[in-house]
Design a binder for this molecule. Structure first.
Ligand code: PHE
Length: 493
């Protein structure tokens, strides 16, 4: 580029003022490149004056170019006529015959002889001059002396030429003309100030049109981006969000209310983080606690229960909630306390904690996406229907279900989807219908059934953004630039 700049300066110095199209021709360069070089010369100070101009040019259309090369449509018609003429239908088979025929007739080049019955087209004169072709060749060469305004109008109408506006510059020597680009200072340094050198140096002008430095602002983590997409889907489907702002939960709400027996392995300290301070919760709805105790130890509502010695001390233990189903239990209990039952759809997306061995796909804290629907006489068919719609909105259309076990749901289903990228079925969630042993002690009417499902937020996020290791997404090894650079999330709807 700077070579081209200096070539331009040399040309102006030797030949004086010149416009950029002429310069492009003289230097054998593309006009756009010359204009670019002129702009960078100007960025270096007042070396050249560039006076902008715009010029209307005539340009051949594609059809015009082919006429310039091969002859006009009327000439083609003339040439296609043999000495003793040609039946008109045969003549009309050649390309562009219609225009060519009418022009050749108007020019008096040809006649139609109908004396024999069928129309025969014959030449009327010996030879023709193809002026249209000649004119277009001149226009192509930039030679417009013979081209009258009438001709321009006609060729424009025939779409053989078009007018284009060409922006160019007239270049001449500027106040600080030189043959080479000066070296401009870009920074004012402390040394320049101290030595006084700044007085004689030339500084580069500010480029106020330059792109700014990207702002150092906050960025949403990919998990948050995917979370807001999930939230949007739930809201579209008429769900309300549950308050999940309590990471600390009692064993009562996390396990007991969910009919999860006290000796269940998930309650073990290997799976659950228990709190040392405060160790216990003390406030529970008393009647309800009694009913929960009874259904575990003695049964009821048609169930035999687990028949063990249910202990309050075990239910009191505080923990970091192991699933957001603890919040669903609190909410369903609240719904059951209303004077009249109203069908309810609830969701939550928040953090849960499990004492897991950490590896590429497991963390000790992660997010659960949870949905709950309570209404009269729901069936497993409703659950499958809701999933179909929910996952469709995520762009997942192939679903399969596998029977599973949860202490609090019956039936229970694991949800699998076909992942096109991985080309295999993967598990995405767990679901089921809450057991009567969970719902009836809360006080919900007998015919009210509750569907629920849960999935992790991390898994779809990893798939969406292509992470194989969860530690690239969450934790101390996360590259902050990753957070900055990940695009916004659009689940394929
Ligand atoms: N709580 C379950 C889990 O942690 C998910 C689930 C929610 C299952 C609701 C069934 C119903 O995996």
């Amino acid at each position: 580029m700077s070579d081209l700049c200096e070539e331009i300066l040399k040309h102006i110095s030797e030949n004086g003022a010149v416009d950029t199209p002429a310069l492009a021709k003289a230097l054998g360069q593309d006009h756009q490149k010359i204009v670019g070089a002129v702009l960078s010369i100007q960025a270096n100070g007042d070396l050249v004056n560039a006076e902008p101009r715009s010029e209307k040019l005539l340009e051949l259309s594609d059809e015009g170019k082919s006429v310039a090369e091969n002859g006009s449509h009327e000439a083609k018609i003339f040439e296609a006529i043999p000495a003793d003429g040609i039946p008109q239908p045969d003549l009309m088979k050649i390309p562009n015959a219609k225009v060519g025929f009418s022009k050749a007739m108007a020019l008096g080049w040809i006649v139609v002889d109908k004396s024999g019955g069928k129309p025969i087209v014959k030449r009327k004169i010996e030879a023709i001059t193809d002026l249209v072709q000649q004119h277009l060749k001149s226009i192509q060469a930039g030679n417009l002396s013979e081209i009258t305004d009438n001709l321009k109008q006609e060729y424009k109408k025939r779409k053989l030429i078009q007018e284009v506006v060409m922006k160019s510059f007239l270049l001449s020597k500027g106040a600080n003309f030189a043959l080479t680009l000066p070296k401009l200072e870009t920074d004012l340094t402390a040394d320049m100030l101290a030595s006084g050198a700044w007085k004689s140096l030339t500084f580069k002008e500010y480029n106020l049109g330059a792109m700014g430095v990207p702002l150092e602002s906050g960025y949403l983590h990919p998990l948050l981006k995917v979370r807001s997409e999930f939230r949007q889907i739930f809201l579209e489907m008429g769900f309300s969000e549950m308050p999940t702002n309590n990471y600390v939960e009692s064993s009562f709400w996390n396990f007991d209310t969910l009919f999860q027996p006290q000796q269940h392995p998930a309650r073990d300290a290997h799976d659950t983080f228990f709190l040392s301070d405060p160790v216990n919760s003390n406030k529970f709805p008393e009647d309800y606690l009694e009913r929960v105790k009874k259904v575990h130890s003695e049964g009821g509502y048609g169930s035999l229960g687990y028949r063990y010695d249910w202990k309050l001390e075990e239910a009191q233990k505080n923990l970091l909630r192991t699933h957001t189903t603890a919040v669903s239990a609190r909410m369903l209990y609240k719904v059951a306390q209303q004077p009249e039952f109203k069908p309810t759809k609830l969701f939550s997306i928040d953090r849960v904690f499990r004492n897991e061995t950490l590896d590429a796909t497991h963390l000790a804290e992660f997010h659960q996406v949870e949905g709950v629907i309570a209404d009269y006489d729901l069936t497993l068919g409703d659950l499958i229907g809701v999933f179909t719609e929910f996952f469709n909105k995520l762009g997942i259309t192939q679903l399969e279900f596998k029977p599973a076990y949860n202490p609090y749901t019956e039936p229970s289903m694991e949800i699998f989807c076909f992942h096109k990228g991985l080309n295999r079925w993967i598990e995405i969630g767990n679901s089921g219908m809450f057991r009567p042993e969970m719902l009836l002690p809360m006080g919900l009417p007998k015919d009210v059934k509750v569907l629920a499902w849960g999935l992790s937020l991390e898994r779809p996020t990893m798939i969406k953004y292509g992470y194989n290791n969860i530690r690239d997404l969450v934790g101390p090894k996360v590259d902050l630039r990753m957070v900055q650079n990940t695009p916004i999330c659009r689940l394929d709807k």
